[in-house]
Write a protein that binds this ligand. Structure first.
Ligand code: 48F
Length: 255
């Protein structure tokens, strides 16, 4: 027999239990695009309590749409190891490799979940907690509160490290720039994303993946936008490599 109240209790109780158990995380990842999902997998695989908050209903960020909604992505040779670790199929085309964007996102999500990263969708990071000049957590609210403009106070999640994987708008860095003043860039401010230059952008993104303020790391497109590097369009190898790189840097720092 299907009992509606039982269904409701199962949904609400397991959701609340999981959120309660996530309030003191090792690592919080803001944004579930490709770099955030890759970081989530490797950090969870290393035994860390990793919690990923995604504003939208679906994780995957800018990967679903491939290039101009043609559902294909391109990756370069250097990222094939990560593609293999997530079992994403690819086909050689010239000097690059092409994959289905749908398969790629699905398998990134699947790999991230299987490793034990907790993903909460429909929740936005709207602020951070800072103690003694160090980011030590995030301030979250339902995305629907943000979208509707209701005045509802948020709640908090603590973390030993926070990763800004929010892509082009680098939302967490912007909050910290505004509220803490000085980031670890050449000017102390966000340098801003430059125009499309795929080769340069891809070669710079891993180097730009690092701590930008005590306790706060940047990955993916947020890393290039923070440090004044170009965008790259629908080539995604750099996003995958950046996700893996940020997981290494965070592990070194918190272990
Ligand atoms: O933009 P996104 O896919 O970030 P990424 O991992 O990858 C960038 C590429 O998709 C592409 C590119 C590379 O070729 O240029 O753009 O750097 O995913 C970022 C995710 O963060 C969510 C947003 O909805 C998206 O799914 N997000 C943004 N701000 C917040 C957030 C926030 N404040 N709280 C929670 N999620």
């Amino acid at each position: 027999m299907i009992e509606e109240i039982e269904i409701t209790k199962a949904i609400i109780k397991t959701s609340v239990d999981e959120l309660m158990d996530s309030l003191q995380a090792d690592v919080v990842i803001g944004g579930g695009g490709p770099s955030g999902l890759v970081a989530g997998k490797y950090l969870a695989q290393a035994g860390k309590k990793v919690v990923l908050f995604e504003r939208k209903l679906s994780v995957g960020g800018g990967m679903w749409g491939g290039g101009m909604m043609f559902p294909k992505i391109v990756v370069q040779k250097e990222a094939l190891g990560i593609m293999d670790e997530f079992s994403i199929k690819y086909e050689k085309k010239g000097s690059s490799y092409v994959s289905s964007s749908i398969e790629a996102v699905s398998k990134l999500i699947s790999g991230c979940c299987d490793a034990g990263c907790r993903i909460f969708n429909c929740i936005s990071i709207e602020d951070v907690m800072i103690r003694e000049n160090c980011v030590c957590g995030v301030v979250i609210n339902w995305s629907t509160v943000e979208i509707s403009g209701l005045h509802v106070d948020p709640v908090t999640v603590s973390a030993k490290a926070v990763i800004d994987a929010t892509g082009h708008p680098l939302e967490i860095c912007k909050i910290v720039e505004r509220k803490a003043g000085k980031l670890d860039t050449s000017t102390g401010k966000i340098l801003g994303e430059r125009s499309m230059w795929a080769e340069k952008a891809e070669s710079m993104v891993v180097g730009n993946t690092r701590q930008i303020f005590p306790g706060l790391y940047v990955s993916g497109m947020a890393a290039n936008a923070a440090f004044g590097a170009p965008r790259m369009g629908p080539i995604f190898g750099g996003m995958l490599l950046s996700g893996k790189e940020v997981s290494k840097k965070v592990l070194e720092a918190i272990d």
